[in-house]
Write a protein that binds this ligand. Structure first.
Ligand code: DOR
Ligand code: ZN
Length: 344
């Protein structure tokens, strides 16, 4: 197959940032995707419907002329989330979903939830109105090894939560382990997961062998090879429970290449090309449209997009760096050649 035409896809998990960085990166997501679930971990975080509406307008203002892109906003849950504002924001169409960051789990998560028990009334309200909860599924207990934090989160937090609220609609974001895949598969239709391109391409060796490679570092961190293989199977097997979410998370080059480098991989510029490479390698190009364009809207109860995008087999040289606003960014696959590109 030399080309593949699919319905226009969406990105169900992206960090677009704010200010100059937003103005520098928005075009990449808008070029690839019709819609995106925009993460709320700004500083300060997006916790109120009015903040989300203002942020959405800044995103629209950052888009290139003529872009056809619809940002879907999320609420950053805290211990003191106002559930009436949240529910009203959802009903009025400002908030598509809410995001649970365990406090301290990742970038700008300091205001996150310190104990899920603190937000039970909020989650009960979300269950009642059918609002989607996006979950960063890692515990932050310092006694838990970083490579085990996702599996322990499922065991200690998410499993019990879904027992208490079996109707809660949950997206397990950026699944990185065989345990997450198994949990999602064995849960009801109200539980789904996004998978990033990096977790399909790399395991932890990419980060640590031959030197420490900060541009392969994100959270949750890439795990052992057998987890990567479980994710590839989940993404490409045709299950409706898994869909595209890049977790593109730009940080300036110097903030990554540091003694304490930031977590996040900037994959927005070539996300579709990166994903489709995996589907081709797995002999599953016929499953790509479901993963990229159909399963997400079905889970979020939104229409699939009008229009199509065509990917063609042709060499694509990924640049070593991309200038965005006042920052230099190093994209995922920097300096490599991919075998697919978006047709003009
Ligand atoms: O690698 C990550 N970067 N993981 C996250 O959960 C947050 C993100 C960011 O905002 O930089
Ligand atoms: Zn993220």
């Amino acid at each position: 197959m030399n080309s593949l035409t699919i319905r226009r896809p969406d990105d169900w998990h992206v960090h677009l940032r704010d200010g100059a960085m937003l103005r520098g990166v928005a075009e990449y997501t808008a070029r690839q995707f019709a819609r995106a679930i925009v993460m709320p971990n700004l500083s300060p975080p997006v916790t109120k419907a009015a903040d989300a509406a203002a942020y959405r307008q800044r995103i629209m203002d950052a888009l290139p002329e003529g872009a056809d892109f619809n940002p879907l906003m999320t609420c950053y849950l805290t211990d003191s989330t106002d559930r009436e504002d949240l529910a009203r924001g959802h009903v009025e169409g400002v908030f598509t979903a809410a995001k649970l960051y365990p406090a301290g789990a990742t970038t700008n998560s300091a205001s996150g939830v310190t104990d899920v028990a603190n937000i039970y009334p909020v989650l009960e309200k979300m269950q009642e109105i059918g609002m989607v909860l996006c979950v960063h599924g890692e515990v932050t207990d310092p006694d838990i090894d970083i490579f085990d934090r996702e599996a322990v989160f499922i065991e200690r937090i998410l499993g019990p939560l879904l027992q208490d609220m079996p109707g809660l609609r949950v997206v397990f974001e950026h699944a990185t382990t065989a345990e997450a895949v198994g949990f999602v598969e064995s849960s009801g239709p109200n539980v789904a997961a996004t998978i990033t391109p990096q977790h399909l391409h790399i395991n932890r060796n990419a980060m640590l062998v031959g030197g420490i490679r900060p541009h392969a570092y994100c959270l949750p961190v890439a795990k052992r090879e057998h987890h990567r293989l479980a994710l590839r199977l989940a993404a490409t097997c045709g299950s409706e429970k898994f869909f595209l979410g890049t977790d593109s998370a730009p940080h300036a080059k110097e903030a990554k290449e540091s003694a304490c480098g930031c977590a996040g991989i900037f994959n927005a510029p070539y996300a579709l090309e990166s994903y489709v490479t995996v589907f081709e390698e797995e002999g599953a190009l016929d499953k790509f449209e479901g993963f990229a364009s159909l399963n997400g809207p079905r889970f979020y109860r939104l229409p699939v997009n009008d229009g199509t995008v065509t990917l063609e087999k042709a060499p694509l040289d990924v640049p070593a760096g991309i200038e965005a606003g006042e920052s230099s960014l190093v994209p995922f696959h920097a300096g490599q050649q991919l075998g697919w590109r978006i047709a003009d």
